[in-house]
Each structure stands twice: as C-alpha cells, then as structure tokens.
Design a protein around this ligand. Structure first.
Ligand code: ZN
Length: 57
C-alpha cells in the first residue's frame, strides 16, 4: 500500500498516510483518494497530488 506524507487534520502535523484509491472513482476525472493517518487512524478524502496540470484553487 502506498504512503504519502499528508497533513492530518487531527494530528495537526504532517504524518504518513496510507493511500487508498477509491475504486469507483478511478475512471472519473476527479480521482478521490482516501487517506488514512498512520498515527491516529483518522481518514479523510483528499484529492490526489497531481503534477502541474491543474490550477483550480
Ligand atoms: Zn493523524
């Protein structure tokens, strides 16, 4: 299972997160990923990290 350093809303720091692809969203243009904090187990959906192609913020 891949891991990424992401900010955890609960730990309030960047921690290792397990990355769980949402299998039903793989073929949509908005790929959601479920991130699970390895420190506290908190899970949240975030958009995957992407290379430069996107500037929607
Ligand atoms: Zn956490």
């Amino acid at each position: 299972m891949p891991t990424e350093k992401r900010f955890c809303d609960q730990c309030m720091i960047r921690t290792d997160h397990d990355v769980i692809e949402d299998p039903e969203a793989i073929y949509t243009y908005k790929r959601r990923r479920l991130y699970k904090c390895r420190e506290c187990g908190h899970t949240s959906y975030k958009r995957g990290l992407r290379p430069s192609s996107e500037s929607v913020y």
